[in-house]
Design a protein around this ligand. Structure first.
Ligand code: BTN
Length: 403
């Protein structure tokens, strides 16, 4: 079988380019569409994939199959091994080096074929939480990597015994994970296995849950303190401990807020309330993530926080706050949320003001005002439960102005 590499320079997305080529009969199974740069690269769940020149952006046209997602992840890991790079997988197929993402995979279909889109950071990591081949000392060129990935994918397809090999590379197994689903729900538990359909089996106190789709976060194992300096937060050695401690404390507050919102979301029987509370929980999770990946000299952490706040406000308005019904128990969780938000805001204000690090000051001020917005929003929910008639106006007008 002859394989064609369709080499393009600058395209919106290699996924769309491949789709067109398959539709027009110019590309077939085994072919790969490669671009130097993408202007609208996309990731899973509609996220965008930053695709500057210097990265590897490729879409392989393959037969569909039940374990294609693990197979694709494994193919990338094995190709990297050829160049001395030891990577692991995060379910379902994010490729990580020392916990930082180096490659992501998006699978779409066209007709009865699969478009396996692979984005691999080569020259630079477009996000402070990510890594790239050059920063781990690998000099492999994009062309040879594409060939290596293609060969590994073809070999794995013919080999068959994918599941065991996949599980051996899956760093997720044995870890505590938080799985966020597209409907806004989430579960936290121990990742114990992957079944024959590629679903992650997560054990909680309520049993073992097979997860077919969702965003997986590896949570810190107990006793393993996060170290933002690892991802490049460059400060003087004598101040490192102080800043690490501060960020650690902030992460703990964010995690507490997130857990509280998740339990409120589970408790309510109202889908609008669950959606809003899920969004609040997601936003607190993003704060914690941004804090974990702080990188001196980069404003990206702050930018992502501003985006997160904007998304959240849009979502809360769209969710229709007026539709929330009262649920027994939810009021208590919301009252607790106001306390947590107040504590968190005060923490950011006080510590930000006391810090002589300009980046910490700016970030903490921004976080404080976001937490203040949460506090006002949640307080207005509490008010609604207590005095439903008066609440609607303050929720509809007060908050939008505040943001
Ligand atoms: C993810 O981790 O969310 C998946 C990212 C997939 C990015 C690749 S780059 C090549 C192909 N073209 C796209 O627009 N996306 C995929």
């Amino acid at each position: 079988m002859s394989i064609t590499v369709h080499r393009l320079q600058r395209v919106p997305s290699t996924q769309d380019a491949a789709r067109r080529l398959v539709d027009s009969g110019e590309a077939a199974v085994g072919d790969v569409v490669v671009a130097d740069e993408q202007t609208e690269g996309r990731g899973r769940f509609g996220r965008s994939w930053l695709s500057p020149a210097g990265g590897l952006y490729a879409t392989f046209v393959l037969e569909t199959g039940p374990l294609l997602s693990p197979l694709a992840g494994l193919g990338v890991v094995r190709a990297l091994t050829r160049y001395g790079v030891e990577a692991e997988l995060k379910w379902p197929n994010d490729v990580l080096i020392d916990g930082a993402k180096i490659a992501g995979i998006l699978i779409e279909t066209v007709r009865d074929l699969a478009l396996v889109g692979i984005g691999l950071n080569v020259e630079e990591a477009p996000h402070p939480a990510a890594t790239c081949l050059r920063s781990v000392g690998c000099g492999a060129r994009r062309g040879e990597l594409i060939v290596a990935i293609g060969e590994e994918l073809a070999f794995l397809e013919s080999e068959g015994a994918i599941l065991d090999a996949y599980k051996a590379q899956l760093g997720t197994l044995g870890r505590t994970v938080r799985m966020s689903m597209e409907d806004g729900s989430a579960i936290e538990g121990l990742a114990v296995d992957v079944d024959r359909a590629g679903r992650l089996l997560v054990e909680t106190s309520r049993g073992v849950h097979p997860i077919a789709s969702g965003t997986c976060r590896h949570l810190r194992p107990a006793g393993d303190s996060p170290d933002p300096t690892r991802s490049g937060y460059a400060v003087d050695d004598d101040r490192k401990g102080e800043i690490v401690g501060l960020i650690d404390e902030a992460i703990a507050l964010e995690e507490r807020a997130e857990t509280n919102y998740r339990s409120a979301a589970e408790m309510t029987s109202d889908p609008s309330a669950a959606k809003i509370l899920g969004m609040l929980a997601d936003e607190e999770a993003r704060h914690a993530d941004a804090l974990r990946t702080m990188n001196a000299g980069s404003v990206q952490a702050e930018v992502s926080l501003i985006d997160a706040a904007r998304d959240w406000v849009g979502g809360s308005i769209e969710g229709g706050v007026g539709a929330i019904s009262s649920d027994a128990g939810l009021l208590d969780v919301l009252r607790r949320a106001t306390d947590i938000e107040r504590t968190t805001e005060t923490f950011y204000r006080e510590q930000g003001a006391a810090s002589d690090d300009a980046q910490i000051r700016a970030l903490f001020e921004r976080l404080a005002s976001i937490e203040k917005g949460h506090f006002q929003f949640v307080s207005s929910l509490v008010e609604y439960y207590e005095r439903p008639e008066e609440w609607v106006e303050s929720a509809e007008f007060g908050l939008r102005a505040d943001y």
